[in-house]
Design a protein around this ligand. Sequence first.
Ligand code: NAG
Ligand code: NAG
Ligand code: NAG
Length: 422
Amino acid sequence: MWHQSSTSLLLAVVAPSIAYAAAISQRDTSLGSATVNLAQNNGAATFLGSGFIYGFPDNGENARDTIPDHFLTDIKFTTCRGGDAQINAVGWAQGDYDGYIGRFDSALSNYRSARKYDGDFVLMLSVLWGAQGGASADSVFPGDNGNWTEMESSKHPALPVEGPSMANSPSTNKTNWQAFMSSISGNDTIPDRFSWHQIGSWQREPDVTVPAFDSLRETYSVAEKPIDVNEYGWPSEQNPANSIYYLSQFERHDIRALRANWGGGSNLHNYLASLIYTSDSGYYPNGDWQLYKYYGGMVGDRISTTASSDLLFDAFAVLSDAKLLKIIAGTRTVQVSYDPIITGFSEHGLATEGTLDVRSYQFDFSGSEVEVGSQVDLGKTSYLGMPIPQMQSPLPLIRRLTQPVMHLRFSFKGVYGTVEPA
Ligand SMILES: *[C@@H]1O[C@H](CO)[C@@H](O)[C@H](O)[C@H]1NC(C)=O
Ligand SMILES: *[C@@H]1O[C@H](CO)[C@@H](O)[C@H](O)[C@H]1NC(C)=O
Ligand SMILES: *[C@@H]1O[C@H](CO)[C@@H](O)[C@H](O)[C@H]1NC(C)=O
């Protein structure tokens, strides 16, 4: 029997790096740090960012039956959104009933697929009706000329409504956001959830857009509601380091979030929004799916984190009941080094200095169509005399590979205090 004289922690931190060995011997200049503060937690992890738009193959009116269940359950899939664009049926607006029923069946199939895994489904009424991204300006849109008659009749009073689903994220000086906030306030038509996209660095990130939205709410006296980011990630941002960056931002701001889906035509209705691909022998995971699988295993209380001051590096952390701490951290596209700083050890009865065992892992990614296995275990390294609680990793933890799609993820396994036989 072993007696543990103090709590043990397992830390997991993520880092993309090209030259791991070189990085250790020859420390890179860190451009900043993300912090992980064990003294503060944000409630239980519920895998808020494990959703996507479309992504399920259509199957008549039925749930899809081709993608093995574990691809959904391993990532703790939570939400899908559909309506259903880019299929042969063009919707009510241009195809009347025949155009509508094809879209309805596709949406029903996607809904049933989501429900099969206890996921929520967000129905895009405008798309079901016949409007969709990429439509020309002279095609029919809901509410044209201020006439909402046909859209109104398809609204179900018992279902929550979300909006505005704006492709531009909130900014206090954007006139479309000002008009929307003014209108919902003046007409008392505040939706049950707010929604927008976070696509690309030019749309900034929730650390900036949520405060902007709060400011708009204050200006127009609009109540707080839950937020969905209902599409996230530009194509070049769909890889492990960027996925971690987004997930960290969403978890911090309690935003339910869905990956953007850049597939065209039938590819839009497949591959869980670029997490898996297929060959003659069936579906297989890419490197980004492996990251979501790790995220799906991050069970416990969410630990408070902050992004680096340049907002290009961020971290998400959970502490389990068994005092297992896992941290993932990643950069937003840049290929430079950052440090995570972990504080608040004493909150958990840990010694203020001691030995830190670091276990690191690497997440590989070679494109959305390339099969990648589980994260690579890079082994354990011990660091003596860590100045806890203001621990700064001795490793240049985060550094992206020059190939845009490979990342290292570092996982720290730390045992503080002594562990001795009883
Ligand atoms: C609004 O649209 C409905 C359905 O298409 C139509 O019957 C009605 O005449 C329209 N109203 C106006 C004012 O154009
Ligand atoms: C609007 O706000 C954004 C973000 O604060 C800022 O970058 C931009 O310069 C502003 N634009 C105008 C026209 O004021
Ligand atoms: C109600 O909504 C309409 C349409 O967006 C808008 O033109 C009008 O100004 C709003 N009314 C008020 C009182 O805000």
